[in-house]
Design a protein around this ligand. Structure first.
Ligand SMILES: [Zn+2]
Length: 443
């Protein structure tokens, strides 16, 4: 690894176990916040640690010249848990280098990636070649869902005020540079169906009374058409059409079906009728996914009782043009109509967030595309992602600034898993991109 300064800082960051999913690590979170505060303060940034929105948010501001545009760089310092016993081949909280890769928890998600930009901003300040005023916003609750971020962004518009934002999180697409173009939104929900006050003896009552287990499974089945698309009337009403340009873009993104199937461990794809590629399916088409089912007794042996209550956890993944509340209403109407009168149900919405389609026709996105194509020597694609990144929705809707999303990690980086790693070849290119981007180069 060429860049000694980067590596030294990354080593220190990885050593701090800033795991946000377990309160045991609170002191490490504080250590991380102090580390970032010192780092930015030493370089002359105005640093503000914002509390009361979950784990502290570090905001660091550097003004080169008031006349220059301001670039907001978002990242997160929290990481997923990691233990050697999970099967890591190196100590997860010690940065190590082997086989031309750096290993450690957070090495790509997101410490390593946000540090690329931090390090380059520092270098460019020294070289007097930083083309923007820079604001860093580094949060510590990304891995737990950033649930208080909406409030934080609304309450701190002034602090975050900037002309555009840059985010590098996630991985590239089979060696091809990509700019992320949007994310699905949606919500979680629990469907509870009740058919009796208590569970009933299946011998004495079986056949004579309704079963919540039967009603729930019937209901779940009726939510879907044979091809897997959603059978609820009105569900697709507000879905934007995928136009020809987008269709072509999606179809030409390099995709290896065999690899995809093997990574997922599934036998074949189940695309909705009329959809030709996975990106259009997951990035631009809504879905309902049943993520958990519960009814009756599943312990040792058999209890032989008819469940009076059955539950399904249902995850809604909706596109930007859909409205969470409206979709929930259409599903409720459908269930009310289909469910027999001897059963009752409840369905409530939790953790809703809106999908987002990013503005791709702006100068910063164009410049990014050109830079990526020069550095990687390959065509850069716009990619819609099926997952959600609520912060991007918030920046677009509350701050109303364009967001440039450039994932810079290798596809086999194993984020969230054992042996999270950053390929040095990818890292070198990422460094180059970040430096050119931040120094305002056009190609
Ligand atoms: Zn993550």
């Amino acid at each position: 690894m060429q860049n000694k300064q980067y590596k030294k800082l990354l080593e220190q960051m990885i050593a701090i176990k800033s795991v946000s999913t377990d309160p045991v690590y609170k002191p490490e979170i504080e250590k991380m916040v102090d580390w970032l505060t010192d780092l930015f303060s030493e370089k002359g940034f105005v640093v503000k640690v914002v509390r009361n929105y979950g784990n502290p948010i570090v905001a660091a501001d550097y003004v080169v010249n008031k006349k220059l545009p301001t670039c907001l760089i978002y990242g997160h310092y929290d990481v997923q848990p990691a233990n050697l016993e999970d099967g890591w081949s190196t100590q997860p909280f010690e940065l190590s280098e082997k086989n031309d890769r750096l290993f450690g928890r957070g090495v790509v998600d997101n410490k390593g990636q946000v540090l690329i930009h931090i390090n380059n901003v520092f270098e460019l300040i020294k070289e007097k070649n930083l083309a923007f005023n820079v604001k860093f916003m580094i949060e510590g609750d990304e891995e737990t869902g950033s649930s208080l971020m909406e409030k934080f962004v609304s309450d701190n518009k002034e602090l975050l005020l900037s002309d555009f934002c840059l985010i590098s999180d996630g991985e590239m697409n089979i060696e091809c540079p990509v700019i992320e173009a949007g994310f699905r939104g949606g919500f979680n929900s629990t469907l509870t169906i009740t058919t009796s006050k208590t569970d009933l003896h299946s011998g004495i009552y079986g056949g004579a009374v309704p079963s919540a287990a039967h009603e729930l499974t019937r209901m779940v089945a009726s939510l879907f058409n044979e091809d897997g698309s959603v059978a609820v009337p009105g569900f697709y009403d507000d879905v934007d059409e995928v136009d020809a340009t987008l269709k072509t873009n999606n179809l030409t993104i390099p995709f290896d079906e065999k690899d995809y199937l093997s990574i997922a461990g599934v036998k074949r794809l189940t695309l909705d009728k009329g959809i030709e590629d996975v990106v259009t399916q997951t990035g631009l088409t809504p879905t309902i996914q049943v993520t958990g089912l519960q009814a009756g007794y599943m312990g040792e042996g058999y209890r032989n009782s008819i469940p009076g209550k059955a539950m399904a956890k249902i995850n809604f993944r909706l596109v930007e043009s859909q409205d969470n509340a409206k979709v929930l209403e259409s599903v409720k109407r459908f269930i009310t109509k289909v469910l027999p009168d001897y059963a009752e149900f409840t369905l409530q919405m939790e953790n809703p967030f809106r999908g987002v389609k990013l503005d791709l026709k702006n100068d910063e996105v164009n410049r990014t595309k050109n830079l990526l194509e020069t550095i990687y020597g390959r065509k850069c694609f716009f990619k819609f992602s099926g997952g959600g990144l609520p912060i991007v929705t918030l920046f677009s809707e509350i701050l109303r600034i364009p967001c440039v999303l450039v994932p810079l990690a290798n596809e086999d980086c194993r984020m969230h898993a054992t042996d999270e790693n950053y390929s040095l070849a990818y890292l070198e290119k990422a460094m180059k991109f970040s430096k050119k981007f931040l120094s305002g180069e056009e190609t």
